[in-house]
Design a protein around this ligand. Structure first.
Ligand code: AVJ
Ligand code: FE
Length: 448
């Protein structure tokens, strides 16, 4: 006799895998074979690498590890799709599967995975398969590469090939009614999770953190606000910049967010091959950590720490509990957050009142990833699971300095399966091809 809860879990896994694959197909079928195999930026893989890498990770974890099956193709391909063996800039020169072979391979893997899913034990003691964890990990992995492929498309020159309905707008009145910042009172909260079944290793374990009172921007920093910083000479005032950031913007010649171009007295932005005037009320996108840090200093503020961000996003002052999302424990919906690549960009600030936190912080989930001031490290009691290369190899060596800053909240391109109040992303502080913006904070002087 079958167990209804486990059948429901199998259906959910199959739906999450299928939703990821629809996105993968849309992004890889949108361009011709030449575009699939060429490199659009040295920062990115050819799309055909992402495609077969998605299938290869799925085969390694689900078919070979869980299912104990033999390799579908000669095992020499594993090495080609091992991200640690070949940096992105070298991938176009590898003897990769061609587009036809790649599509056949990922389709073959998926067919066998769906067979395996029917029979897999999802309730046992093994933490790899319990609650379907490793299936969820593979769905999240594919969706993370979907976001990476969106970034590749954004960097691609040439005709637009992706289209989507524009993100929702709100009336200016409603936006103007939002306070600029919200007070988060001081005190402890529970950071990270032991409960979220598909949380990745770096989100664990749950632990209590004391966060002094602080003020946080109600919404992400907008294009209009960022353009003021640019117009005020922010990019030529060395005092605003972290020394490494100053050196970087000078040598790279950056004087505005990536994809912005001056036109007359204003700015146009190129998005997926289409140029348009910047929308003043949209969150700014494509700024690196150093740019976010300099803006905050110019504004007399600072970036929030990762703990501050998570407390604002999860702490329920009514119960003292940490919740899954700013709005509560229920899954994201299109009314609560701009996720899943439904639109090809962020929505204006104030567009998701149903997604606000109890204190009234908006758009913490979706729209743009948000830079935090924090380095990427393991929580107290961290244990790598199920592989060191997901998170642990990116932590600083003991006594060493971190190379990565933490990003929170998820962008419009992120699928809900890979987005929650505990989810942690990270990147180098000079990177800005990802769908990233920020909001600012300041200390509150209140006693706590
Ligand atoms: C967590 C987004 C930094 O894309 O490099 C994909 C996710 N890990 N394949 C990345 C990931 C392995 C990772 N980030
Ligand atoms: Fe990967």
């Amino acid at each position: 006799e079958r167990n209804g809860a486990v059948d429901g879990l199998r259906e959910r896994i199959a739906a999450d895998l299928e939703r990821a694959r629809r996105r993968t197909r849309a992004l890889t079928d949108a361009v011709d074979d030449r575009d699939l195999t060429r490199q659009h930026s040295v920062l990115m893989s050819p799309l055909v690498w992402d495609l077969a890498h998605i299938g290869n990770q799925e085969e390694l974890w689900l078919l070979r590890q869980v299912g104990q099956r033999d390799a579908i193709l000669p095992e020499t391909i594993d090495e080609l799709y091992d991200a640690f063996r070949h940096p992105r800039r070298d991938r176009p020169a590898l003897p990769l599967l061609d587009p036809t072979e790649s599509r056949r391979y990922v389709g073959e893997v998926r067919g066998r995975v769906l067979d395996l899913l029917e029979a897999a034990a999802l309730e046992g003691a093994d933490p790899l398969t319990r609650d379907g964890f490793v299936f969820g990990m593979v769905a999240q992995h594919e969706q993370q590469h979907v976001e990476t492929m969106f970034a590749t498309h954004q960097l691609r020159e040439g005709e637009a090939v992706l289209t989507a309905p524009p993100a929702p707008r709100r009336s200016a009145d409603l936006r103007a009614a939002l306070p600029a910042e919200v007070l988060v009172p001081g005190g402890e909260f529970e950071m990270g999770t032991d409960l979220e079944p598909w949380a990745l290793d770096n989100e664990r374990p749950a632990h209590r953190v004391h966060v002094p009172a602080f003020f946080l921007d109600t919404t992400p920093v907008t294009n209009a606000a960022y353009a003021e910083f640019v117009a005020a000479g922010g990019y030529s005032d060395e005092r605003l910049w972290h020394p490494a950031g100053w050196g970087h913007i000078r040598s790279a010649g950056w004087d505005a967010p990536q994809f912005w171009r001056r036109e007359g007295s204003g700015w146009v932005v190129r998005r997926f091959g289409v140029e348009a005037e910047i929308v003043p009320d949209e969150p700014v996108q494509h700024v690196c950590w150093y740019e976010a840090d300099a803006y905050a200093r110019w504004a007399g503020r600072r970036l929030p720490t990762e703990a501050e961000w998570e407390k604002a996003a999860r702490h329920d002052p009514g119960t003292g509990r940490s919740r899954r999302y700013p709005w509560g424990d229920e899954d994201p919906t299109p009314e609560r957050a701009n996720l899943g690549g439904r639109h090809l960009g962020p929505a204006v600030v104030g567009a998701y009142p149903d997604g606000a936190s109890p204190a009234g912080v908006h758009q913490l989930i979706g729209d743009v990833w948000e830079w935090t001031s924090s380095d990427f490290t393991g929580y107290p009691g961290f244990r790598a699971f199920p592989y060191r290369e997901y998170s642990e190899v990116f932590f600083p060596a003991p006594g060493g300095r971190s190379e990565y800053k933490v990003l929170r909240g998820g962008s419009w391109a992120v699928d809900p399966v890979a987005c929650r109040g505990t989810f942690r992303n990270w990147d180098y502080p000079i990177r800005r091809q990802i769908f990233v913006g920020f909001r600012t904070a300041r200390d509150a002087t209140e006693q706590n």
